[in-house]
Design a binder for this molecule. Sequence first.
Ligand SMILES: *Cc1c(COP(=O)(O)O)cnc(C)c1O
Length: 407
Amino acid sequence: MSATSSDTMQQARERYAASLMNTFGPPKLQLVRGAGAHVWDADGNEYVDFLGGIAVNALGHAHPALVEAVTTQLSTLGHVSNFFTTEPQLALAEKLLELLGGGTPADGRVFFTNSGAEANEAAFKLTRRTGRTHVVATEGGFHGRTMGALALTSKEAYRAPFEPLPGEVTFVPYGDADALAAAVTDATAAILVEPIQGEAGVVVPPAGYLAAARAVADEHGALLWIDEVQTGMGRTGRWFASEGVRADIVTVAKGLGGGFPIGACIGLGEAGALLQPGNHGTTFGGNPVACAAGLAVIGTIEAEGLLERATVLGQKLRDGLTADPRVSEVRGEGLMIGLDLTAEAAAEVVAAGLRHGFVLNNTTPGRIRLVPPLVLTDDDADALLRAWPRILDDAYAAAGASDLEGS
Ligand SMILES: *Cc1c(COP(=O)(O)O)cnc(C)c1O
């Protein structure tokens, strides 16, 4: 019996439609349990999860180290407000600075949040403390859905219903260093850029792009703000995809808590001192349970050698998936993988994937994104590679597409 047409799922869809705002469209499945890179739905069907909660479940599902850290912290001290500090908060801030410094702590200061949008919101406010208001961001970039983060996101369909949005923001084509240089002036507070664009479908800029952005920022006294919300915390096989380029602000979230909500805005050098008492705040941000989760994620990535695993498995998946001629392009680093299809069949590929027992993701009509847990096993990767031609057969048939359409 097909999972998606069961009575349980039908009922869940009806309850969902009656009780939850329709911001995401109907849910594909009702999931009940997870372990490693596997999840199970309400009908007992098993799936290998190549979405990982959208690049969030770095340690997969129910990793013992994360469960232990969160459980222990919650049963010791669960929340205290920012009138107080806690050991997990201090230790995670120090650890993030150490990772950014490549082993020796970077000179910087951390502001903890509960999400990526809030990390960017904090960063946006931080840039205003330069006394400048102009920000240069990129076309196809994604930075979140709050009014501030949305103001920095170019996608017309996301923005249009909510205008006017704050800020003087100029959007330039992603990956084009000349366009960036032409848009930045001495009135520019910050340049905002993702090292690899995630929501756009894993778009990798030309080599040297971030270094060029650094140079343009220096030339005009602007801050370089790198959004590592999706690329950070080991996703690309490195702690930060922008490694080697000095940023003034780095924002992280998704993978940081391994599924426990947490984000961070990290100001480096002088940028770490721009927000002063009274300038910003949060009730939940820096909560000890969330920080304990972050420490457990980082500690486990180190202990299990997951950076290397991401690099090795990512290469294996890229090589294997692109062997099918219906994949016209493959992009990304580590376990952040973007695939272009020869036809606009990405939604059908995701639907066929579920029927074959795989959670996949489509970002645009012709693009697939895979951002699986870093604990994905070789068996998990092999299972997808074995099923891949049949998934594409089903999807192309459903889309009424010929194998070479558009190529
Ligand atoms: C997901 C994402 C965000 C927004 O994070 P939320 O936690 O959904 O608010 C911001 N920037 C990038 C690059 C992202 O991928």
